[in-house]
Design a binder for this molecule. Structure first.
Ligand code: GTP
Length: 831
């Protein structure tokens, strides 16, 4: 007979993870059944729960992660039920007549089932406050409209095209999570703003809905592949020759209407220096056109496929894992003939299929390893959930279209082709959206401001100015409505508004391309040349000398550090070239010696560079951080006068000088990245860690941070084709109080930063291990649930004092995982 593995009190019974196929008899026994209030049957193999109605006083029933394919109708007898977990089963339908009976039910979790519909009487479940229906196949949730107590609605990853207006206009709803649906009404970009934005949307919608068809189209691919050529030619409907000197710098944005669909064209520069800014602008729901120069593509060179195809596909997959990627092979006129074009087309398509299949197989393998290795551990649950989510993403890569960009007929053919793809509802289910008339009016008015020169050429205006301008045009405009509309326009890429950055919360960029022009002033491949070209007059304006210019150049070349003074000079130059050098405006953007301008706020927000103080020494007394204690800065943050761009660094010499040699006894953690470390990830991690630990040394792919007593080294590496970030710390001295704890505190802070960054790449799969420290042993210890370390009692997670690897090497636990040693005993325990 199954044994309860939890507390055996009569009121709360825990029968989770016992591989049960039926309800335990002892629970149903008449002397117990009436007393049980909480019953946990999570993670078993139950196909049905006959006689559950005997437990008539149940308030909580957890049946999640079982094999139920039918909704257990008997549940309707459980009149006192308050919380019901039925998530992670295979339930397809819910019969009528259940929910109206559950008058006290407040919380129901039905996520990850196969529901295609909901019973019409669900609306009578009057007390329901929380409902989770994510990861099902629901086409509508209209029956929820009558739920007046509903506060939280989770409907992620279904087939919803609409959300019911009534639910938002009349209820107490405070949270709605609806990503992963082909939503038209409201569009997903409105939902991303949360319940308040959805409520305003429906209020404005009334009967004034208008259908809009548009798609963001992003051109990616190596330098000189022909992205700008296709982008410009698509707009013109005929070949446009792009001069080699006109290479895209940063990103350019244009738009074109084809067959009634508006294409917002984003042309990304192909040179490597720009890659790390790309991910900021690569956003979901887009058509990605990956451009490959077929003439220079070499079927026999794996590196060529990597550089021109797989690098880009991986980056898209990591950032927006369910995108549609269209492959275009340019320069066919420079190939020897049709046979060569076909050979290359077939080769690229085959290799792409292979890489996508490999990724899927890798994810499956990892899923199985975790399931097998740690079958009974509660802690792998979240990791498995993430992995399952990743295997469900489906990056669609369409067949390669060969193209000679110099021929009009090929351009027209390509226009027709992308139009046809975009109209395919399977590929692009939410091209068509419904917008309230007010949204359209605001968008058109903003367009008119631009065209009629009602706003400055740079298109930077304050929120108040827009509001004022719109009031002049449209009469009464509600401030909050306008915020909601601007958020939507920002999300689809028509304007840029970083409401969340304090220094920019009032600034709206009506011309996103202007903002990108500012970016390209600093983030560019020929930055040193640009500095060399700074004139004497420009130096004088910054109260600097030629000597300073030489220092700027040397610091950039040697230390990848750009002085704020140099940034100011360069920005002024750009603004002058653009004829936007009105004094106050320049000051606002460029800043002064005493205050950062808006541009620096942007650079820092996107973690593109690390603010530095060049003229004062680092602070060796900065206070250390402990995850479970309040942390205060030891000194006020210093005023910065330069920016370090880790991506411009060439080596790791300074870091290695400080660190010395690696030793096999170092504490060592490996964070493995599948499929790879995304471009820009490590640099952002460095910036995050160095902002936290003021004493640090930075190299190209190494970084050392210090908390005054301890050094921790971070390295980006590739071992046997596996990409990883290694975190190392010297083995603490034996006999010293609290040493292990302080080492693990630092490592945990860094892991937390890794986790935070990962959120920006939803297609990424990470696993954390502590390798066996025995020289030559390849085994490692998996961190079961590293993402949920904070908030748990990390130092008490592992009870064992020793751990043994599969090759039989024994280690003290604190050398592999954080372990509470108790401050006084820590030294003795340690070695
Ligand atoms: N003969 C020929 N030339 C092409 C074709 N497509 C593009 N080109 C030329 O290739 C060169 C590079 O094209 P671009 O469109 O600037 O390339 P890009 O991918 O935007 O390059 P970056 O701006 O560096 O990212 C230009 O001189 C184009 O005129 C093609 O199909 N045939």
């Amino acid at each position: 007979m199954a044994q309860s593995n939890g507390i055996q009190k009569k009121e709360k019974m825990d029968y989770s993870k016992l591989k049960l196929k039926e309800l335990p008899k002892e629970v149903l026994a008449s002397e117990i059944a009436g007393a049980v209030k909480h019953l946990n049957l999570q993670h078993n193999k139950l196909k049905q729960v006959c006689e559950i109605s005997k437990l008539l006083n149940l308030t909580l029933l957890n049946l999640s992660d079982n094999d139920l394919s039918e909704f257990p109708t008997e549940i309707k007898e459980l009149r006192y039920l308050d919380k019901l977990y039925l998530n992670q089963n295979n339930i397809k339908t819910i019969p009528e007549g259940v929910f109206p009976q559950l008058e006290r039910l407040k919380f129901v979790k039905l996520s990850t089932n196969r529901l295609t519909g909901l019973p019409s009487d669900m609306r009578y479940c009057k007390s329901l406050y929380y409902i989770n229906l994510s990861n099902n196949c629901l086409k509508d949730v209209n029956v929820l409209e009558g739920l007046s107590s509903l506060g939280e609605l989770h409907v992620r990853n279904n087939n919803l095209q609409d959300l019911p207006a009534g639910l938002f206009l009349n209820s107490a709803l405070t949270m709605c999570k609806a990503t992963g649906n082909p939503l038209r009404e409201p569009p997903i970009e409105v939902c991303a703003g949360g319940v308040k934005d959805i409520q305003r949307y429906f209020k404005m919608l009334g009967n004034s809905g208008q259908r809009v068809h548009r798609v963001k189209t992003m051109f990616l691919g190596s330098s000189m592949a022909g992205k700008s050529t296709i982008c410009c030619s698509l707009r013109k409907g005929q070949p446009v020759e792009v001069d080699v000197a006109d290479r895209t710098v940063g990103i350019e944005i244009k738009d074109v209407v084809l067959g009634g669909i508006q294409f917002l064209l984003w042309d990304f520069a192909g040179q490597e220096e720009y890659y790390f800014t790309h991910h900021v602008f690569i956003t979901p729901q887009a058509l990605v056109i990956l451009t490959i120069n077929l003439a220079s593509y070499d079927v026999n060179d794996p590196q060529c496929f990597k550089d021109s195809v797989s690098f880009w596909i991986n980056n898209v997959q990591l950032r927006v894992p369910d995108s549609v990627v269209l492959l275009v092979g340019t320069h066919t006129d420079e190939c020897s003939g049709e046979a060569e074009v076909q050979r290359k087309k077939v080769d690229i398509e085959r290799k792409v299929r292979q890489m996508l299949e490999e990724r899927k197989a890798n994810l499956e393998r990892r899923k199985h390893t975790i399931e097998e290795d740690l079958e009974d551990s509660k802690q792998v649950f979240h990791q498995l959930k993430d992995l399952k989510q990743l295997t469900q993403y489906n990056l669609k890569v369409l067949d390669l279209v060969p193209m000679d960009c110099t021929k009009t007929e090929e351009i027209t053919k390509f226009q027709d082709y992308i139009l046809c793809q975009v109209k395919n509802k399977e590929l692009f289910p939410s091209i068509e959206t419904t917008l309230p008339r007010r949204y359209q009016e605001v968008e058109t008015s903003i367009q008119e401001f631009r065209e009629n020169d009602d706003i400055p050429k740079h298109g930077i205006v304050s929120f108040e100015e827009i509001l004022h301008g719109l009031k002049g045009k449209l009469g009464d405009v509600d401030q909050e409505d306008l915020r909601c509309i601007l958020r939507y326009l920002h999300r689809i890429g028509i304007i840029v508004w970083y409401e969340e950055i304090n220094a920019l919360s009032d600034t709206v960029f009506i011309e996103p391309s202007f903002l990108i022009k500012l970016f390209k002033t600093i983030v560019r491949h020929d930055l040193v040349n640009q500095l060399q070209e700074i004139s004497r007059d420009q130096l004088i304006e910054e109260r600097s000398l030629a000597m300073h210019r030489d220092i700027w150049i040397n610091d950039l070349k040697g230390k990848a550090t750009l002085h704020n003074a140099a940034i100011r000079v360069m920005l002024r130059k750009t603004l002058k070239e653009l004829e936007m050098d009105e004094k106050d405006f320049v000051k606002e953007i460029v800043g002064t010696r005493k205050s950062d301008g808006k541009f620096l706020a942007l650079l820092h927000h996107f973690q593109i560079c690390l603010p530095l103080k060049l003229s004062s020494p680092l602070n060796p007394n900065a206070r250390a951080f402990s995850p479970d204690q309040n942390w205060e800065l030891s000194n006020p943050p210093p005023c910065h006068d330069a920016c370090l761009f880790p991506n411009y660094l060439k080596d790791n010499c300074r870091v290695l000088e400080m660190w010395g040699e690696d030793h096999y006894e170092d504490i060592k953690i490996c964070v493995y990245f599948l499929p790879e470390v995304p471009h820009g990830f490590f640099h952002r991690l460095i910036i995050k860690c160095c902002s936290f630990y003021p004493t640090h040394w930075v190299g190209r792919d190494h970084c050392l941070v210090s908390n005054s007593t301890r050094l921790v080294l971070l390295k980006q590496k590739c071992v046997n084709e596996d990409q990883l970030i290694e975190i190392r710390c010297k083995r603490p001295d034996s006999g010293k109080k609290g040493q292990w704890r302080s080492a693990w505190d630092m490592i945990l802070v860094i892991l937390q930063r890794v986790d935070q960054l990962t959120e920006q790449w939803p297609g990424l799969c990470l696993s954390v291990t502590s390798p066996c420290a025995e020289e030559g042993c390849g085994d490692s210890f998996l961190w079961a649930d590293w993402k949920n370390l904070h908030g748990t009692d990390i130092y008490n997670m592992t009870k064992e004092d020793k751990m043994i690897c599969r090759n039989g090497h024994t280690h003290r636990t604190e050398t592999l995982f954080p372990k509470g040693l108790g401050d006084t005993k820590s030294g003795k325990n340690a070695d």
